[in-house]
Write a protein that binds this ligand. Structure first.
Ligand SMILES: Cc1cc2nc3c(=O)[nH]c(=O)nc-3n(C[C@H](O)[C@H](O)[C@H](O)COP(=O)(O)O)c2cc1C
Length: 314
């Protein structure tokens, strides 16, 4: 029986759209029926971002209170064997259009009882957002069977410069000797291995069995030293998002003073506490080695960081 795969995607710069195009090409070539649903918020978020529009999406992203999407293009009643959900991270949370989709009646109907493959592409902080995504998928009735994470390979302090530059100007090219912003071309090209593995798995009806189909393909690589920074960031983001929302609703000028304070807080943290925290963790790494390894294993689920099947795809 011909398999039907739904691809749900939100991508502003086209980075995630490129990854999804490479990943789904093997499925298309194998004659699998693909339906692409590109989420369209109402009204659209800008890209490149004006400075305050960027920070104004922070509170609602963190509080899972997103701007709604326009209706989907799907035929009513359409059903799928597998859902590929491609999502960016916004402020340590799933991007608002993804949250809106997962909370919507259509999202719940499409995911109910279906296996879901999550594909994230972001700077490098996706761990707590992934916790949130798993909860949203489960609440929508979906079964998360695989997770692929592609991140910017530039070390954290460099991408703290190149990512905001990309977001605010649209330019990703080399800057101040730093590598281009975003996921590199090699990783994008490598996403084809996930599509090829899905083709083989679908041919064996593996999507119905509830286990990972992308094991052994280095689907994720967790940087465990970021876990504590992310968790501390989440707690601070919950506090600040509450403060900003007390001042007004999304888009209201009344929120500006609170957002300015938040930006000061964020920049201060990024240039002081984050590097200090990372340095202390590096020094203390031997003491935390077991805890880091356990946390890494947890976040590497369900697809795992193993590379046993890589040879077949290189
Ligand atoms: C508002 C906003 C917040 C972001 N926050 C994060 C973040 O917390 N962690 C992270 O790794 N990347 C973050 N990013 C980067 C995105 O995850 C993503 O890599 C980038 O926006 C490109 O995705 P695209 O395919 O939608 O263009 C953020 C981007 C935006 C626009």
């Amino acid at each position: 029986m011909k398999k039907n795969v739904l691809v749900v995607l939100y991508s502003q710069s086209g980075q995630l759209a490129d990854i999804v195009a490479v990943l789904t090409r093997p499925l298309q070539e194998a004659g699998i029926a693909l339906h692409h649903e590109i989420l369209r918020p109402e009204p659209d978020f800008p890209f490149p971002w004006p400075f305050f529009a960027f920070f104004d999406v922070f509170p609602e992203s963190v509080r899972l209170d997103p701007r709604p999407n326009r209706p989907l293009a799907l035929e009513p009643g359409a059903t799928f064997d597998l859902v590929i959900l491609a999502w960016p991270v916004w402020f340590l949370s799933p991007a608002q259009p993804i949250t809106a989709f997962l909370q919507s009646a259509d999202g719940r109907r499409l995911l109910a009882g279906r296996p879901v493959v999550s594909v994230v592409a972001c700077r490098n902080m996706w761990l707590t957002a992934f916790d949130t995504l798993k909860t949203l998928v489960a609440e929508a009735g979906g079964r998360l069977v695989d997770h692929v994470a592609l991140t910017d390979p530039t070390p954290a302090l460099g991408s703290f410069v190149t990512t905001p530059r990309w977001m605010f100007t649209g330019r990703r090219d080399r800057f101040l000797g730093l590598p281009p912003a975003g996921v590199d071309a090699r990783q994008v090209a490598g996403a084809a291995r996930f599509g090829a593995a899905l083709v083989a798995a679908l041919a064996r009806d593996e999507e119905t069995r509830g286990h990972a189909m992308l094991g052994g393909l280095r689907a994720v690589k967790v940087a465990p030293h970021l876990i504590f920074s992310e968790r501390a960031g989440r707690r601070a983001f919950r506090f600040w998002s509450g403060v900003v929302r007390l001042c007004g609703r999304a888009g209201q000028g009344r929120r500006l003073p609170a957002l300015v304070l938040f930006v000061f807080y964020l920049v201060t943290m990024i240039v002081t506490v984050v590097p200090l925290n990372l340095a202390v963790q590096r020094l203390a790494a031997p003491l935390f080695a077991r805890r880091f390894a356990a946390l890494a294993r947890r976040y590497e689920q369900p697809s795992g960081a193993g590379d046993a099947r890589m040879a077949a795809h290189e």
